[in-house]
Write a protein that binds this ligand. Structure first.
Ligand code: HEC
Length: 162
């Protein structure tokens, strides 16, 4: 056993002590240190549900009905690269559960987060808020653009979209 082998177990262990996503949080008023003033006085820097995040995806076209081939292809990646940290329910594991993620976030935000994870966590207010709750920084999973698009389809399918 090396440290490399022990690390995932340590991360999982942390999950039992930290809360993130749907778990109850103490009132934000008591966490002044975690409150951030937006740099931009206009308030434009504050993430809203409409935020597309930071990265190359600015205009994702959704297809109806869902493309089941894309869903299946992403399921294989989910099993290997995401399932250790993300449940398909709204329950938190290491990261937030994915149920409802396509309602919380724009398609572009999701794809930018998946492909441009580091910049998103560094600069996107919504991603930073997640990090403050989860206490674990999601490692970039090195998905191709195509895989990221397939993953979005998988999340839409999980949310019962059509
Ligand atoms: C080592 C654990 C880990 C792995 C593996 C992981 N994630 Fe994450 N993910 C997180 C954490 C933690 C967050 C919350 C943001 C943060 O703290 O970095 C997150 C956040 C997210 C979000 C935003 C969720 C929301 O509610 O807005 C998406 C989308 C996401 N991850 C996609 C993926 C995809 C796709 C994969 C697999 C290719 C993956 N993640 C693999 C830990 C992980």
């Amino acid at each position: 056993m090396t440290l490399k082998h022990l690390l995932p177990a340590a991360i999982i262990a942390c999950v039992f002590f930290y809360s993130c996503g749907s778990n109850p949080q103490p009132p934000a008023e008591n966490q002044n240190s975690t409150l951030k003033e937006p740099g931009d006085k206009s308030g434009a820097a504050v993430a809203t549900d409409d935020s597309k995040g930071k990265g190359k995806f600015t205009d994702v076209t959704l297809t109806h009905p869902l493309d089941q081939k894309m869903v299946t292809s992403a399921k294989a990646i989910y099993d290997v690269k995401c399932g250790a940290c993300h449940k398909l329910t709204d329950e938190k594991l290491v990261g937030p559960g994915w149920k409802g993620v396509t309602d919380r976030r724009k398609p572009e935000w999701i794809m930018n987060f998946v492909v441009n994870t580091d910049e998103m966590i560094d600069k996107d207010p919504a991603a930073q808020a997640l990090l403050e709750k989860c206490m674990v920084r999601m490692p970039n999973q090195h998905l191709s653009d195509e895989d990221a698009r397939n993953m979005l389809e998988f999340m839409r399918n999980n949310d019962g979209k059509n």
